[in-house]
Design a protein around this ligand. Structure first.
Ligand code: ADE
Ligand code: ZN
Length: 410
């Protein structure tokens, strides 16, 4: 007999929080159910718990207990305001356990002896040492189901983190290099996006700098049948030694085709790579961009032109762009008037999703509620959406902060 939908969905949500201590995971699952399940679904779940249904994840059972209790026994809501995730690589959301599951499903060797052993390798010296492991892990991705599962898992987790819209990065060339047809990749990814309208989504195909400009043009042409599924193009992978200025042709073509344009720059590379991205690639957002601070003229330009910088604090710490979270320049960037927002980059590798990043900067950088509100509003301001959706997103941020204010009053 198949388990009821509430058990399957609830177990799936519980698994999204498997990395948290059990009581925090139960709180998070309870909050998710409270926000998104209708009363009938919640009653069904309570009935399953009362019947001691053995298929239920213990974290789900604990969450159901919290839902049944008085409000005051529950923890305060997540610190994450409604936000837009603009810098997340779908491939970077593949948790070690998911990589193992895909390897087994596809009859391929696992990348390490155990999930724990794989996760223990996630100590990085710099961007390249991360990319080497990240690309190697992706050989397990073979079928549309793999791409569906990757995308769905992220969207469920993002929804629980209060992400209202996500503009997702995908690296088509990685999968082409692994011999996977782009139709397979796009089928899985776009089907999961369509199945989860609770998060508004767009897809940005990134080109890999280390493969060079001609390969980028060839990949852009291979994407032609999928153009309608794309919101834009981006540029990622190794930065030092592979300057963005070399990729002008593919960016020009994409611009002429009406696609949005973004690029990673100023993560490990210097301010010049940011300037070239603006002047030669016509990008509308800079991904990372933290090294703009080395050039006051560039900072003034970015402030004046309201160029969004999609900053990823936990990534910057784990890839040693900064030494410690307490040294992260996010607060300074806000004070300078830069249009910065907070994102997760590769959450399965860097210790956190976007809510974890908000939590880290709140705790370690001592950001104020005003700062948090600016970060959330900046993420909305930086999104590629129409005026109606933008207004709705700003209204959600406003409502969240108003509700918090009321909750804080005695
Ligand atoms: N691909 C995935 N994550 C990346 C990052 N932080 N920088 C460049 N390329 C990436
Ligand atoms: Zn990135």
């Amino acid at each position: 007999m198949t388990a009821p939908a509430e058990a399957r969905m609830g177990n799936q949500i519980a698994r999204q929080f498997a990395h948290l201590p059990a009581d925090e995971a139960a709180d998070a699952v309870a909050r998710h159910i409270e926000s998104f399940w209708d009363p009938r679904m919640r009653r069904t779940l309570q009935a399953l718990v009362a019947a001691h249904d053995q298929s239920l994840d213990p974290v789900l059972v604990a969450a159901a207990g919290r839902l049944a209790g008085p409000r005051a026994t529950r923890r305060p809501p997540t610190v994450t305001p409604p936000t837009v995730e603009l810098h997340v690589h779908l491939e970077g959301t593949l948790e070690p356990a998911t990589i193992f599951a895909a390897a087994r499903a596809n009859d391929l060797p696992t990348p390490a002896a155990s999930v724990e052993e794989l996760a223990a390798r996630y100590e990085f010296e710099d961007l390249q040492s991360f990319l080497d492991i990240y690309y190697a892990n992706l050989v397990v991705m073979r079928t549309a189901e793999d791409f569906y599962a990757m995308t769905e898992r992220y969207l469920l987790r993002a929804h629980a983190a209060n992400v209202r819209r996500a503009e997702l990065f995908l690296d088509p060339q990685t999968h082409l290099e692994n011999g996977i047809d782009l139709a397979v990749v796009m089928k899985g990814v776009t089907a999961a996006m369509a199945a989860h309208p609770e998060v508004s989504t767009g897809l940005i195909a990134c080109f890999l700098r280390h493969l060079g400009p001609e390969a980028a043009v060839a990949a852009y042409e291979a994407l032609e049948p999928h153009r309608a599924s794309l919101l834009g193009i981006g540029l990622d992978s190794s930065e030092v030694g592979f300057p963005n200025r070399d990729f002008a042709e593919v960016f020009e073509r994409a611009g002429a085709d009406g696609l949005h344009r973004v690029a990673h720059a100023g993560e490990e590379g210097g301010p010049d790579n940011i300037i070239d991205s603006l002047d030669l690639l016509g990008v509308e957002r800079i991904d990372h961009g933290v090294r703009c601070l080395e050039d006051p003229h560039l900072v003034a330009r970015l402030v004046r032109d309201r160029v969004p910088l999609t900053v990823c604090p936990q990534s910057n710490v784990r890839l040693r762009v900064v030494d410690h979270m307490r040294d992260h320049p996010l607060g300074r960037m806000l004070d300078l008037g830069l249009l910065v927002s907070v994102h997760s980059d590769d959450p399965a590798y860097f210790g956190g999703y976007v809510d974890d990043n908000y939590r880290a900067v709140t705790e370690d950088l001592g950001l104020t509620r005003t700062d948090l509100r600016r970060l959330a509003d900046n993420s909305v301001e930086s999104a590629f959406v129409g005026s109606e959706e933008r207004a709705e997103l700003h209204a959600a941020v406003e409502a969240w902060f108003d509700a918090e204010e009321h909750a804080l009053r005695p």
